[in-house]
Design a protein around this ligand. Structure first.
Ligand SMILES: [Zn+2]
Ligand SMILES: [Zn+2]
Length: 254
């Protein structure tokens, strides 16, 4: 995810190769040298692949808690610039405020991110095993909510994963189902202000974009919700962008 805000260019995670991310950035008019920071959620390979190389090339720090940065160092052959940010603390980059919050997931110290710039607030949480008060608080005031809708629970149980994998994905430190995502959003939309929602981190085997969108929209239609827009961040192509003070662009996940 690329967020452009008041002259700052922030990446959240870097799960593609450095070259692929560089190409996507260039298409969006962002030279890799102008990257300001890479905010890391956790050390799983689908989130870190290009991070170290990009940080070195851009001379931009990878921002994360010390446990996650140490896990990344163990997986990297060369050094890279870092900025340690304890979970739940805030830093200001230019006029943009960035805060991490804890999320339940089977990594060393996984986090989600809240990025604020002027009026605009973006909440980002993928790889979320279960809904917590920290997550509720993060999405409450955000105009752009980027949230995991990983799997349809029936597709997962009837699908091709091993019993162990199924249990792992469905566990409270695994991934968020469409149904759980819908519950969180229904709560958010009932009490909150209007928002755009990007459904992210959809499983290729256990979900489909149309199924995720339909499940969430049907749940939201059941109760009195504020106006909202639900879009799917496709895994194989940059598909969504947003502008509200800050700008956010989703990149291809492949
Ligand atoms: Zn993960
Ligand atoms: Zn992941």
């Amino acid at each position: 995810m690329l967020i452009r805000s008041n002259g700052m260019n922030l990446l959240i995670d870097a799960g593609l190769s450095a070259r692929a991310i560089e190409n996507h950035c260039r298409r969006l008019g962002v030279a890799i040298e102008s990257l300001s920071a890479i905010l890391l959620t956790h050390e799983h390979s689908d989130h870190i692949q290009g991070a170290a190389t990009l940080a070195r090339r851009a001379k931009a720090p990878i921002v994360g808690n010390s446990a996650t940065l140490n896990a990344l160092r163990e997986r990297s052959t060369a050094d890279f610039p870092t900025l340690t940010l304890p979970t739940s603390s805030t830093i200001t980059l230019g006029e943009t405020t960035v805060r991490s919050f804890p999320i339940p997931h089977n990594a060393v110290e996984p986090v989600g991110w809240v990025v604020e710039s002027g009026q605009g607030r973006i909440a980002y949480a993928t790889d979320v095993g279960s809904i917590t008060d920290d997550l509720r608080e993060a999405v409450r005031g955000a105009q752009l909510v980027i949230i995991e809708a990983n799997h349809d629970i029936r597709c997962l149980w009837h699908g091709s994963y091993s019993p162990q994998m199924k249990a792992q994905v469905a566990s409270p430190v695994g991934h968020l189902s469409n149904e759980e995502c819908a519950e969180l959003l229904a709560e958010r939309m009932e009490e909150g202000t209007a928002a755009t929602v990007w459904l992210a981190h959809l499983s290729r085997q256990n979900n489909a974009p149309s199924l995720a969108k339909r499940t969430i929209e049907e749940r939201l239609a059941k109760q009195k919700c504020v106006p909202h827009r639900v879009e799917v961040a496709m895994r194989d192509q940059p598909s969504v962008s947003w502008r509200y003070g800050a700008q956010a662009f989703q990149m291809s996940l492949l």
